[in-house]
Design a protein around this ligand. Structure first.
Ligand code: PMP
Length: 386
């Protein structure tokens, strides 16, 4: 039998649509070929208008971590105080980046894995003493927790309007509700999550206030990720700083075309509906969700092994892989206790049915006795109701 590649259901990279792969496979031209210059211009304008950005939108080669670094060093100067919230592994990464840059960083940690730092806790901390920057992770990929960003931005507007807000939206942008006019100063993501492209691009939206902040700062020690180096390029795509990733830019153009065709609001709704269906289907098989009720992300789910099922983590994930879906292991406090599913970007009903079917067969093959179809039937009913 011909063996196909397993479905890529890890929390990034996500499945890449044929038309996006074709865009990456085009014959490479120069970054200053008028055709690329024009495509890049349209791309940046679309990214800005879709997410209502009044400042500058950046597309720069690199991974999400590069975008995190770029996001903070351009708005935090050395006498600034940073309040960094962490709900898990990637929140901790932002704490590490802030600390090693030498910013005076205070950490607000979620009460436990699967929960989120609350808006009330942030309000209280910011009222205690002066902070200049607030950093948080919109969707924490290690726990599947969605930070209540809408509520946070409302609170910040009314109680702490002077504090700049930097958000890691790596596992949310393009899948979870958000617009820059909520009052975020830097939002960042990368290509391999909800945009459904191969890894390789960082994308940042900076508010006018963030751009002004950088302008008011002395030269920063970083060069590649300096806003001041990239702003001329983002304003006039003929200009040069570091060679733009030509084929990745085309891939992002195609990804944004797909997003515009679907409509952002429809895309947000689809992610919420799919994630609810996945969780219901997993629950029917006895799995619990790692993220607490009320903060479950539409893009990533941690599924915890049912007690007494006797499922061995490595053996189970290998079995799921063998049955046709690649899911990820857990990190931190959840390590060994479950697996993670990325359900982001350009996936559809077929993807969900195949995913649940692979998980069901893996359960049965690993000796966890469930009725074939117990999870699938829940998924089918959920899809029929959408
Ligand atoms: N932040 C979050 C929330 C992530 O999920 C990831 C990657 N999984 C990163 C940052 C880092 O991105 P990258 O691996 O592309 O550097």
């Amino acid at each position: 039998m011909m063996k196909r590649n397993p479905l890529v259901m890890v929390p990034g990279p996500t499945p890449v649509a044929r038309s996006i792969q074709d865009a990456m496979g085009r014959e490479t031209i120069s970054y200053n070929d008028p055709r690329l210059v024009a495509d890049f211009r349209v791309l940046l304008d679309n990214l800005a208008s879709l997410w209502k950005c009044d400042g500058v939108t950046f597309v720069v080669a690199g991974s999400g971590t590069m975008a995190m670094e770029m996001g903070i060093v351009n708005v935090a100067s050395h006498d600034d105080r940073v309040l960094a919230c962490t709900n898990g592994y990637f929140g901790d990464r932002y704490v590490d980046i802030c600390s090693r840059k030498g910013f005076e960083t205070e950490v607000l940690r979620a009460e436990k894995w699967g929960k989120s730092v609350t808006v009330g806790e942030i309000d209280a901390k910011l009222s205690e003493k002066r902070f200049d920057i607030l950093v948080l992770t919109h969707v924490e990929t290690s726990t599947g927790v969605e930070f209540p960003l809408r509520d946070l931005t409302k609170m910040m507007r009314s109680s702490h309007p002077e504090v700049l807000v930097v958000v890691d939206g790596v596992a949310s942008m393009g899948g979870v509700e958000f617009y820059m006019d909520w009052g975020v100063d830097v939002m960042l993501t990368c290509s391999q999550k909800c945009f459904g492209i191969s890894p390789g691009l960082g994308i940042l939206w900076a508010s006018e206030r963030a751009v002004e902040k950088r302008r008011s700062m002395p030269p920063i020690t970083e060069s590649y990720v300096d806003f001041e180096k990239w702003i001329p390029v983002m304003k006039d795509t003929m200009k040069y700083w570091g060679t733009p990733a030509v084929n990745m830019i085309w891939a992002l153009c195609e990804s944004v075309r797909i997003i515009m065709e679907e409509g952002l609001e429809n895309r947000f709704r689809r992610h919420r509906a799919y994630s609810a269906a996945i969780r219901a289907s997993l629950a029917a098989m006895g799995f619990e969700t790692g993220a607490a009720e009320g903060v479950r992300s539409p893009t990533v789910t941690v599924a915890l092994y049912p007690e007494g099922a006797g499922l061995d983590d490595n053996a189970f994930r290998s079995a799921v892989y063998g049955e046709g879906a690649h899911v990820a292991g857990c990190l931190g406090d959840f390590a060994g206790l479950g697996f993670r599913i990325g359900h982001m970007g350009n996936i559809d009903e077929h993807t969900l049915i195949s995913l649940m079917a692979s998980i069901e067969r893996a359960c049965i093959k690993c000796g966890y006795k469930i009725e074939p179809g117990v999870g699938l039937s829940v998924m089918q009913r959920a899809l029929l109701e959408m």
